[in-house]
Design a binder for this molecule. Structure first.
Ligand code: BDR
Ligand code: CA
Length: 313
């Protein structure tokens, strides 16, 4: 059984990922923590609390960071063309009820859960890494107590999706992402190199809605605008970025990996770029020295991942 904290910014593809965690028999969802990103922080928290209420999971939901670690970083516009004004495709889910939020800020809930179950928690992060960086600042001991951190973020052998250099979750708070890669906990990055290959066809999404019950129908319905956004960018369908990180936890054999120290560029036109120093190459001393070796995904059995998602949700 995997004990999981899910740090997220729902978010259309976040919704499918959360449903996967909620439905998977091998996952014990311990906490859902939210962060700004696909919408403003109060909206992503409300969206997660709505899923808790409607789907009926027991894990606490706590609201997290409203902006990046560096407050002088330009406030970003929310990606309404992708996720809608409400972050969930503007299909009227504001009318659904919502469970109460946990009173703790997200980063404190993360710290409390990791300390309560030392060595057992898998932290899955699929939004800006701000809550994780705040948790590390407040309680550096959690780096030794977490089982692993699996994040959706980065682009290691291809272009980004916000700029040519940067993937959205890293670009939105590059200082936080650099702190997360540089901490002494084991990190696996599931980035665009693999997630852009994992596209659920419209027919596959429709089939989920038919076979999967009310929550799956909700995810199918809220995903329609997101699918339209990706028309022309990928073969027909839904890019399931965030669920890929969840499937890595349950089925790591579906992914190929490389290892090396990772730094994140924080300034200039390359801000948000993730750069891996591969193991075994004798580079001269530099900014990657003393940074722990982490794992990145560079290959994926896309059909296998899609099959797991369809079987679970
Ligand atoms: C990431 O950015 C967000 O829009 C998605 O939810 C995903 O986490 C992809 O770059
Ligand atoms: Ca996300």
């Amino acid at each position: 059984m995997h004990k999981v904290i899910f740090d997220t910014d729902p978010g259309v593809d976040d919704a499918l990922a959360l449903l996967y965690l909620h439905r998977h028999p091998g996952i014990e969802l311990r906490a859902v923590t939210t962060v700004f990103g696909n919408a403003a922080a109060h909206q992503t928290a409300r969206n997660a609390a709505m899923f808790k209420h409607v789907w009926g999971f027991s894990a606490p939901v706590a609201m997290g960071a409203e902006g990046p670690l560096n407050p002088s970083r330009r406030n970003e516009d929310w990606p309404v063309a992708i996720h809608g004004q409400d972050g969930l495709g503007d299909i009227g889910l504001g009318q659904a009820g919502a469970a109460p939020l946990d009173p703790r800020p997200a980063h404190r809930l993360i710290v409390d859960e990791i300390r309560a179950c030392p060595g057992e928690i898998t932290l899955i992060a699929v939004g800006r890494m701000t809550n994780l960086a705040l948790a590390l600042q407040e309680a550096p001991d959690i780096a030794q107590k977490v089982r692993q951190v699996v994040l959706m973020g980065g682009a290691f052998g291809r272009h980004g999706n916000v700029t040519p250099a940067a993937e959205a979750n890293i670009w939105g708070d590059p200082e936080a992402a650099d702190a997360v890669f540089g901490a002494g906990w084991p990190v696996v990055a599931v980035g665009l190199d693999v997630t852009m290959q994992v596209v659920m066809t419209r027919a596959g999404l429709d089939a989920l809605g038919v076979s999967g019950g009310t929550p799956a129908r909700m995810v199918r319905d809220l995903s329609q605008g997101y699918v339209r956004f990706y028309e022309g960018l990928v073969p027909d369908g839904m890019v399931v970025h965030d669920a890929c990180a969840c499937v890595f936890v349950t089925d790591p054999q579906l992914f190929g990996t490389r290892r090396g120290a990772v730094r994140v560029l924080t300034e200039g036109i390359g801000a948000g770029m993730t750069v891996l120093r591969p193991e075994g190459i004798p580079f001269p001393p530099g900014a990657w020295d003393g940074i722990p070796v982490q794992t990145i995904c560079d290959r994926v059995d896309a059909a296998g991942v899609l099959g797991r998602i369809a079987a679970v949700v």
